[in-house]
Design a protein around this ligand. Structure first.
Ligand SMILES: N[C@@H](CCC(=O)N[C@@H](CS)C(=O)NCC(=O)O)C(=O)O
Length: 210
């Protein structure tokens, strides 16, 4: 018997990257998804007993425990053939590594600020200057993407990869927050291509509260 995958997921959270990866690999029927209200540290105190960080996603596979979305995606891509990870000997490897990190380390910080301001604070608690700066930063940080997307449909290696899932999740979060006006045209078109993928559409279905 194969060891099942288990994923803890919240609507709108980075666990979408993992669901998207599972869908791309045709593995969606091999995962048990635990859907939690967000933030789980508020709605599900018992979750801290599973993931002491209290963050989403969390992933279990036998003895394996992972709490970083891209680490989970890379773990899955390395265990299953599907071409989602670009190998060191392949063209595009450097760009692949760059954009796997870029999605999380460069695009997500300003979006994290917007999530907090728009979803977790009351209107009186919000700071217009903090939101203005986060929006500017998110817009400016699209510049490297534009350079790549002027010449290619995907970010690395001439094929869809985890680099697109990393960056695509961040862009889709900005979209869900209603921040479409921040997208430069090349990036808006790229997001449209990504979110038209059947695997993305299926993964999104898990975003609906159960
Ligand atoms: N770098 C981590 C970040 C995980 C993270 O911050 N997740 C957010 C949701 S997308 C979260 O759980 N925030 C609430 C909290 O930490 O209590 C990853 O890529 O998975």
């Amino acid at each position: 018997m194969t060891t099942p995958y288990e994923l803890w997921h919240s609507p709108g959270a980075r666990s979408l990257r993992v669901l998207w990866t599972l869908e791309e690999l045709g593995l969606a029927n091999q995962v048990t998804v635990h859907v939690l209200g967000f933030p789980p540290r508020v709605h599900h105190e018992e979750y801290l007993g599973i993931n002491p960080l209290g963050s989403i996603p969390y992933f279990r596979h036998g003895e394996v425990r992972l709490s970083k979305s891209m680490a989970i995606c890379e773990y899955l891509a390395s265990r299953h053939q599907g071409g989602l990870d670009i190998q060191a000997h392949e063209i595009g490897y450097a760009a692949y590594r760059q954009y796997c990190y870029f999605g999380e380390a460069t695009l997500m910080p300003p979006l994290g600020i917007l999530v907090r301001q728009l979803l977790l604070l009351t209107e009186e608690q919000r700071s217009p200057s903090v939101m203005y700066n986060a929006r500017q930063l998110f817009r400016d940080r699209q510049a490297p993407l534009v350079e790549v997307l002027r010449h290619q449909d995907v970010l690395a290696g001439g094929r869809f990869s985890l680099a697109d899932i990393s960056v695509g999740y961040a862009l889709s979060l900005a979209d869900s927050l209603g921040e479409q006006k921040l997208f430069v045209p090349e990036v808006a078109n790229y997001l449209q291509r990504l979110t038209s993928r059947p695997s993305y559409v299926r993964a999104r279905r898990h975003l609906e509260p159960q």
